[in-house]
Design a protein around this ligand. Structure first.
Ligand code: ADP
Ligand code: MG
Ligand code: MG
Length: 518
């Protein structure tokens, strides 16, 4: 054997290779760590150039203004060099589930009592969920009906190695991220395989195409059309500082290009309050908001006096998005308005982890769906989910915490509890004996297959062992009884080193990836 080089944690190390005479020859499929080193270096360089030229970028943490000013302090988004091998049958299964989950969310959203009852104990233990529920109650009180309903969801799965089951991690109904960048990673990996596929023994056609951006903007345009006001705009509600802004700008840009008649506004909650509410109603807006019929206001006006057709939330899912009462007022005002909310407060609540756990209980799906086959398909992908009221499970989790994940009602990654912390938290909650345990659910920990990968971050290639999580986007649009759109629309693969518990890309735990069907 001759000697070759391997890139590990940014350093180049010398390793032994099996290739005689160092002649580049096709490597067996998926022996990613056995790939010729020169080839890797070439792909690393090409992929970094590709990302820069094609907008596969995020704001760079180390650049102070990168989350505020577009075009300042850009860095390539973290990505995997080569796609993850994934069985075609499980891929098809995940795609088929998307429209069923979207329909389920829609049905659940109409059952205000189910949402309130299921979350009633959580409300006492979790002040953030409590505020969301207050908005929801207000809408129930005034009997607010959302006739046009738009959902842009992402259902996430892991493939459990031992049972070979595709199991749902969670369903995101608010701010489902990466429709833009996931399409780019998909194209990047295909472009690398077009160039180097023969040497790698990989066929670029086995990477399924990703249509998330196209479908999301199509959903916006169709929803805008249903709203039926040619002067109305699509409003993106974003965080004041957002390093993942380019993912959002991809949606804006493509919407603009394909549907130029849908004009857009990009605002955060505070802009919204100052520029819209005060301008519109002067000092009297608070009084006006208290009036019962406020929501009947035909046009929810934006800066420049244009009506808002769609409020698209890429913020508002986390407590940090509401630093003061102003943001909560803005959220309430949006909910009261006649604009199409993506998501409405009901859709938002339907995507909480507590509701996921309630839906997994026996005979609950049957309340919302009629089709038995659909119900069976959903149930097949449910992992073990429990409330902390279940004392047997709590005992089991204390005994074997490594088999469980403990989840609060939060989004955005980095909030879950793993391993010995599960035991400690459960024991602490037991001692306290208050309502604190209603803030969490327990979930069976899923163990996906570990495989070798090349992770790209900050221009450095890390060779490591990793696991992946597949997200399938779903777009749902309905006007009264007419379902206008209910499609599976693209996917997001995220890959993280196998030793890491959490998986968020924005949170810095994972990289964007794509799949190679096997
Ligand atoms: P969030 O809404 O914050 O994204 P998730 O439920 O998706 O919350 O959990 C965050 C991450 O934690 C996931 O992306 C996944 O990597 C990991 N995770 C969550 N649930 C499980 C589970 N049951 N088994 C293994 N890993 C999990
Ligand atoms: Mg989530
Ligand atoms: Mg998640």
């Amino acid at each position: 054997p001759c000697s070759g080089l391997a890139v590990k944690c940014g350093k180049v190390e010398e390793v032994e290779t099996q290739e005689e005479g160092c002649v580049r020859k096709p490597t067996p499929m998926f022996d990613y760590h056995g790939i010729d080193q020169d080839l890797i270096q070439e792909m690393v360089y090409d992929s970094l150039v590709w990302s820069s030229l094609h907008g596969l970028v995020v704001g760079d943490k180390s650049a102070q203004r990168s989350g505020k000013v577009p075009g300042v302090g850009l860095v390539h988004a973290p990505f995997a060099l080569l796609p993850v091998p994934f069985p075609e049958s499980h891929w098809t299964q995940a795609c088929e589930l998307a429209p069923i989950f979207s329909e389920l969310v829609d049905r659940v959203s109409l059952d205000g009592k189910f949402l309130q009852d299921s979350l009633s104990r959580t409300k006492k233990a979790d002040s953030f969920t409590s505020r969301l529920l207050d908005i929801h109650s207000k809408m129930l009180e005034i009997n607010k009906k959302e006739e046009i309903r738009l959902g842009l969801h992402r259902s996430d799965y892991m493939l459990d190695e031992q049972t070979k089951l595709l199991l749902q991690i969670e369903l995101n109904t608010i701010s489902s991220s990466f429709p833009g960048l996931s399409c780019l990673v998909n194209e990047l990996q295909r472009s690398l395989l077009n160039q180097h596929g023969e040497d790698l023994g990989l066929d670029p056609k086995r990477i399924p195409s990703n249509s998330a951006v196209s479908h999301f903007v199509e959903a916006f345009a169709k929803a805008w059309n249903e709203y039926n006001n040619p002067r109305a705009v699509v409003m993106f509600v974003v965080q004041a500082e957002e390093r993942n802004m380019y993912d959002q700008h991809w949606l804006s840009a493509v919407l603009n290009e394909r549907y130029p008649f849908c004009s857009q506004q990009r605002l955060n909650f505070l802009n919204f309050i100052t520029h819209i509410t005060l301008k519109l109603f002067g000092k009297h807006w608070q009084k006006l908001m208290q009036k019962e019929n406020f929501y009947r206001m035909e046009h929810f006006s934006c800066m420049g006096g244009k009506a808002i057709a769609i409020v698209y939330f890429r913020a508002g899912y986390a407590p940090n998005d509401y630093p003061s009462e102003s943001e909560w007022r803005a959220r309430l005002l949006m909910e009261q308005s006649s604009a199409i909310k993506c998501p409405s407060i009901s859709y938002h609540l339907a995507g909480t982890k507590k509701i996921q756990q309630e839906l997994a209980k026996p005979n609950v799906l049957e309340r919302f769906l009629d089709n038995k086959e659909d119900i069976a398909k959903l149930r097949e992908c449910f992992a073990g989910l429990w409330s902390l009221d279940d004392s047997d499970i709590v005992e089991k989790a204390i005994e074997k915490p490594e088999l469980f994940v403990m989840k609060p009602q939060r989004e955005g990654g980095g909030n879950n509890i793993y391993g010995v912390d599960v035991r400690e938290t459960l024991q602490r909650l037991q001692k306290e004996g208050t309502d604190g345990n209603a803030a969490y659910i327990l979930m069976q920990r899923i163990f996906p297959t570990v495989f070798p990968t090349f992770l790209m971050r900050d221009g450095i290639c890390h060779k490591d062992h990793a696991i992946s999580e597949l997200g399938i986007y779903g777009a749902y649009l309905r006007n009264k009884d007419k379902v206008i759109m209910n499609d599976q629309c693209g996917f997001l693969m995220r890959t993280k080193i196998s030793s890491s518990d959490e998986g968020g890309v924005a949170a810095g735990f994972a990289v964007l990836d794509s799949i190679y069907l096997t």
